[in-house]
Design a binder for this molecule. Structure first.
Ligand code: PXG
Length: 289
């Protein structure tokens, strides 16, 4: 069952107009949210970010915060799921042809709840292969990378490059040539026991998994700094790992053909994977209470 504008519909009946500006112009915002053990992980944070993204593109969601949270939980319940992934999409809605968003009367709110296909288990055990992509992360002077918008084409272009290179993920640089993030994940490095990750000002999505891992690392007594990272910092790191709602915390084995550390997931990465797993299993908004 899929939630579309206040109704829960069977998948085959869940449709949007061909005049929806989400389709015509990529005009809209979204969130990817996970639920574990019948609890939605960081639901409030995701909904807050959705509202911030919508505000930034001058989009009125037309529902309040609590109603969107309820729509997410209702959709999961309607599918009788306990572990999985939610795609929450808000489009500008149907309007005439022409860019103006003012041609669209009301936003469309869509919630899809489903099982998720993660990276295969061996990637969590052995790590991912990463490459640098030629496609740069768009900068805040066009559309802020903090906006989780329906415009993912540069990320898709980078993902095509990564796959063509036989890698699982691609590193996108910002226009200064510094590491921003991967196509759907944030990046962390560990060097001499110290953890670093690019700051939001490097032009990244302010990832919710990133924030959680920053807190977990500091709580565990690790030194963690947000600082500019170059490819050199990744090549010479003892450990590199990625964070994201879909990928969770996942180690990197090789980057641009350079083996990271000894080529095996390191102790800090393993510790963060374990800490993250225990947090997701034990916290979150109850779906069936
Ligand atoms: N950077 C980008 C560009 C993202 O799209 C993240 C970082 C991680 O953020 P969170 O808040 O999830 O920790 C994302 C989000 C997918 C998929 O299907 C992944 C994302 C978004 C959309 C689809 O793999 N990651």
């Amino acid at each position: 069952m899929v939630y579309v504008d206040g109704q829960l519909l069977p998948e085959k009946d869940a449709k949007v107009s061909v005049f929806d500006h989400g389709l015509l112009y990529g005009d809209g915002v979204f969130e990817g949210i996970r639920f574990y053990n019948s609890r939605v992980f960081k639901l409030e944070e995701h909904i807050d970010r959705l509202y911030d993204s919508a505000k930034a593109i001058h989009l009125d969601i037309g529902m309040d915060h609590a109603a969107v949270c309820a729509a997410v939980c209702d959709t999961i319940r309607a599918n009788d799921l306990h572990d999985g992934y939610v795609r929450l999409v808000v489009t500008r809605g149907a309007g005439g042809l022409g860019l103006s968003p003012y041609r669209c009367e009301t936003a469309s709110v869509i919630v899809i709840a489903s099982k998720i296909t993660l990276y295969p288990e061996e990637n969590y055990r052995d790590g991912l292969k990463l490459v640098t992509c030629a496609t740069r992360r768009p900068t805040a002077d066009s559309l802020s990378p903090a906006v989780k918008s329906l415009n993912y084409l540069s990320n898709v272009m980078a993902k095509i490059e990564a796959i063509a290179a036989g890698a699982e993920e691609g590193v996108m640089l910002n226009t200064q040539g510094l590491v921003s993030e991967c196509t759907g994940d944030n990046v962390f490095v560990v060097k001499d026991g110290k953890i670093s990750t690019p700051p939001v000002s490097a032009g990244i999505l302010d990832g919710i998994t990133r924030r959680v891992v920053i807190d977990l690392a500091r709580e565990a007594g690790h030194e963690l700094v947000e600082r500019d990272l170059s490819r050199y910092d990744l090549y010479t790191a003892d450990e590199v790992f990625l964070t994201g709602t879909a990928a969770e915390v996942i180690p990197v084995r090789v980057y641009d053909e350079r083996e990271i550390g000894d080529g095996k997931p390191g102790p800090v990465t393993t510790e963060m994977m374990t800490a993250f797993r225990s947090l997701v299993e034990s916290t979150g908004t109850e779906i069936y209470s």
